[in-house]
Design a binder for this molecule. Structure first.
Ligand SMILES: *[C@@H]1O[C@H](CO)[C@@H](O)[C@H](O)[C@H]1NC(C)=O
Ligand SMILES: *[C@@H]1O[C@H](CO)[C@@H](O)[C@H](O)[C@H]1NC(C)=O
Ligand SMILES: *[C@@H]1O[C@H](CO)[C@@H](O)[C@H](O)[C@H]1NC(C)=O
Ligand SMILES: *[C@@H]1O[C@H](CO)[C@@H](O)[C@H](O)[C@H]1NC(C)=O
Ligand SMILES: *[C@@H]1O[C@H](CO)[C@@H](O)[C@H](O)[C@H]1NC(C)=O
Length: 774
């Protein structure tokens, strides 16, 4: 099929000048990273994504939200040939003649575009490539030719470089159609292998629709400048691909740009944390926010048919994970709820709800997983992809077999959502089921210990993956207790039939009775039974009790935990550990140690020239675009330096401090129960500037004085609390504080302890009878 570009291209030509708009604060250089040839290795190239499509800039494949290929542990993001990978041939790394030294490459995070420029004295070529933020099935290529000194025809050569050899799809013959004089192609296929045949009957249908790309575009001597637009759509059906392109090509370039920038503006309005007087740090913050929100959808997107709901966040984002056993294959781990989600929740609860909804979408997989392992309720898999069944690769069974805290981590995130939003509709529609059924899992997972009159959790693995199969891991037990208490509350609130009053009393008894190891002599929490002080660990584990778990304990215990474990944490552990240590030191008022840890938490993990996060420090190779690390880092700013803490009945800002070598720290949006405010920290204290008033029944106190919550009101001080004024009893149900380690005999309103014991006793008898029978 020959390509006939010229006739139709005039339709794509756009009048110049309309583009100067909407770019007011794009002048801030900290939003841009620029480099000259050669481009770096693909592992450190920036990811461009919009929550629906994701790819590495100049990469040959695109991934689509929720679309995976491969059986169980081999399930990975399906690689779709990137027909939108158009490059200026002169600046293309694949160009046989080598890259012209007149080329520069730029990531513009403000606009979400990767920009290639070739400039000589004669002309200037500007090529922008970006996933559209509103038309989120569409990848845009915009090429502008501008005349400088030349008086001749100016020609730009184009290369289209889709990856073709990937075996993730069975492709149908491509089809063609003409729209407004332009020839388009449509390539449709279905993924080769389902993830879990017992629950997934069919592969995923995907279509790429794109215009025939000419080999050259040019302007004649009488033209000063011209723009050429090429749209590529990635959809589930051919009709939808065609429809998306019909819509975007019907817009003027300015309209398309305005719709894209409106959503970029909205995202930056929330995620645009900044610091003054430290450009290097400011650029790290902006890159962290950018790469994190790139894998999230915009608040408003165009409709498209057959699309999946939002399918979660993977450690290397939407643009990576297309290769087996690399970059986490696009799976979701605890990284999502514990490292990425907390910052999203405080700045952007609309997207936080979408992140949570991924888990409820695939809750059936968690139910199967629990059944398979002989537990009640739902047990989320360690690694999750399309079906929500276990997709941990065969290499590493231990993480899946023992790291059961993932289930409680997810419910912890859900509880935080309820704290932050008070959304009872969500509780009724999704939260209750999640909380109740996961608490049944923990009920069946815990076992009564007659010697201690407490409950144990055996055969577990905490976040410290160097120690599998341990008993009473502190982090796991505290998380499980949170889960049980929240499950008890939620099932009461929703009048759950399965988790009825009798079961709820058991939930309470087990929650309160869970063991929390404490070494009185050393005044610290041993990580698990038999843990010897000085034993090296992989990453933050027990220190997570300080933050994010906010487990009540004496200051001395916090300090001892932090000292004990920070001394023995592997130096080559992931970035998040140092972020957690930063927050811990700040809470203890140890500003110097915090600064040291803060430095350690990001510098070694960022890769030039585009500030892409890497999984590993010290230039060791690891997963690229490691947004888990970015998420931990943002928490060290929001919950560490800015001192923000979420509680059941309030949001607190205290102990706010300036990050090292800065003059101010600014969070443009913190959202709590509908109150939107900006938070600024400087040497003197904090400033709260309210933009939206939010729900009634809230009380703001600044330095102990009550202040009105009003639009455009600003308050200065050192601490601020937004508190709910209503009591925390919901239709007769109360969420009890997480207190564990209470002997069953000392539990005043507990169910008779004998019930569980007797049941356990009975099942021992039945088991032994059965074993005799067979
Ligand atoms: C629990 O311990 C008590 C006292 O040590 C003993 O009397 C009882 O039989 C034990 N129960 C079970 C089920 O082992
Ligand atoms: C885990 O520990 C238990 C003892 O609690 C042991 O029976 C089991 O074999 C261990 N499993 C693995 C995979 O090491
Ligand atoms: C509560 O649920 C349990 C388990 O589903 C059931 O055995 C019990 O009869 C129920 N109790 C009441 C009072 O409904
Ligand atoms: C915390 O400190 C108080 C007062 O020093 C002490 O009474 C209490 O036992 C401590 N708590 C723990 C868990 O060590
Ligand atoms: C901090 O900001 C407040 C306004 O919010 C200002 O009054 C104060 O002077 C600032 N302090 C410093 C040291 O810049």
């Amino acid at each position: 099929m020959t390509v006939r570009p010229t006739v139709a291209l005039s339709l794509l030509v756009v009048v110049l000048g309309a583009f100067a708009s909407a770019q007011s604060d794009t002048d801030d250089g900290n939003y841009r990273f620029q480099t000259r040839p050669p481009l770096p290795d693909a592992s450190v190239m920036p990811t461009l994504a919009n929550g629906n499509i994701g790819f590495v800039a100049y990469g040959e494949y695109v991934h689509l939200n929720g679309v995976y290929n491969g059986l169980r542990g081999k399930s990975h993001r399906a690689r779709i040939p990137n027909y939108g990978n158009i490059q200026l041939t002169a600046c293309s790394p694949s160009s046989p003649g080598g890259v012209a030294d007149t080329c520069t490459y730029q990531l513009n995070m403000r606009t979400g575009k990767f920009v290639t420029v070739e400039e000589t004295g004669d002309y200037r070529l500007v090529h922008e490539m970006y996933p559209h933020r509103y038309y989120d099935t569409v990848l845009v290529n915009r090429i502008r030719i501008q005349r400088l000194g030349s008086t001749n025809t100016i020609t730009a050569r184009l290369s289209q470089i889709p990856g073709l050899q990937a075996a993730d799809f069975t492709w149908q013959p491509s089809t063609e159609f003409v729209m407004w004089g332009q020839l388009y192609k449509s390539q449709c296929g279905v993924t080769v292998q389902v993830e879990e045949p017992t629950v997934q009957a069919f592969g995923h249908n995907v279509c790429v629709t794109y215009p025939a790309i000419p080999e050259t575009v040019q302007i004649e001597p009488d033209t000063m400048a011209r723009e050429f637009l090429f749209f590529t759509a990635f959809t589930m059906t051919e009709e939808d691909g065609r429809r998306q392109l019909e819509v975007v090509t019907g817009l003027t370039g300015a309209q398309e740009e305005t719709l894209h920038m409106r959503e970029m503006d909205r995202l930056w309005e929330r995620y645009g944390i900044s610091v003054e007087r430290n450009d290097e740090l400011d650029r790290v913050i902006k890159a962290s926010a950018f790469y994190l929100f790139s894998s999230l959808p915009a608040h408003q997107v165009a409709t498209s048919s057959g699309r999946y709901p939002f399918y979660g966040l993977a450690p290397a984002g939407l643009g990576r994970g297309g290769i087996e056993e690399q970059e986490y294959q696009g799976h979701s781990f605890w990284d999502t709820e514990i490292w990425m989600y907390p910052s999203i929740l405080l700045m952007d609860p609309i997207n936080a709800a979408k992140v949570l909804s991924y888990r409820t979408t695939v809750i059936g997989g968690a139910r199967m997983n629990a059944m398979k392992h002989g537990f009640e309720g739902i047990q989320f898999p360690w690694e999750s992809a399309f079906t929500g069944t276990e997709v941990t690769p065969d290499c590493c069974p231990e993480v899946a077999d023992f790291q059961h805290h993932i289930t409680a981590d997810i419910v912890f995130a859900a509880r935080q959502y309820f704290y932050a939003t008070g959304n009872t509709d969500w509780l009724k529609s999704h939260g209750c089921r999640l909380a109740a059924d996961s608490s049944l899992f923990w009920l069946s997972r815990a076992s009564y210990n007659n010697a201690t009159d407490l409950y144990d959790i055996h055969n577990a693995m905490g976040p410290d993956e160097d120690h599998p199969n341990v008993s009473n891991n502190a982090f796991t037990n505290v998380m499980a207790a949170h889960n049980l208490f929240f499950g008890e509350f939620a099932s009461c609130y929703c009048r759950d039939q399965t988790v009825n009053e009798t079961v709820r009393r058991e939930l309470l008894q087990v929650a309160r009775g869970l063991t929390l190891l404490y070494d009185a002599a050393g005044d610290f929490h041993p990580q698990f039974e038999g843990y010897q002080p000085g034993t090296p660990i992989k990453q933050a584990d027990t220190v997570l009790l300080i933050y994010p778990l906010q487990h009540p304990m004496n200051v001395s215990t916090k300090a001892n935990n932090l000292r004990q474990y920070s001394q023995v944490t592997r130096e080559n552990g992931p970035a998040m550990t140092w972020a957690i240590h930063t927050i811990g030191h700040l809470e203890l008022g140890e500003v110097q140690q915090a600064a040291t840890m803060f430095d350690k938490s990001y510098r070694q993990y960022l890769r030039a020239p585009f500030n892409v996060w890497s999984e590993n420090g010290n230039n060791e190779p690891g997963a690229g675009n490691f947004i888990t690390g970015a998420g931990g880092f943002l928490q060290s700013l929001i919950n560490g330096y800015a001192g923000v803490r979420l509680h059941q009945d309030r949001l607190e800002i205290k102990n706010a401090r300036l990050p090292p070598d800065t003059r101010s720290l600014h969070l443009p949006t913190v959202e709590y129960r509908g109150v939107l405010f900006a938070l600024t920290v400087n040497e003197t204290g904090i400033k709260v500037a309210i933009r939206v008033e939010g729900q009634p029944d809230l009380k703001l106190t600044v330095d102990g004085t009550e202040r009105r919550i009003c639009k455009d009101c600003e308050y200065e001080g050192t601490t601020a609390i937004i508190q709910q004024t209503k009591d925390q009893i919901f239709e007769g149900c109360r969420l009890r504080p997480t207190t564990l380690g209470v002997k069953v005999a000392d539990q005043t309103d507990a169910a008779p302890a004998l019930r569980t014991t007797a049941l356990a006793f009975l099942s021992v008898i039945i088991c032994s009878l059965l074993s005799k029978m067979f």
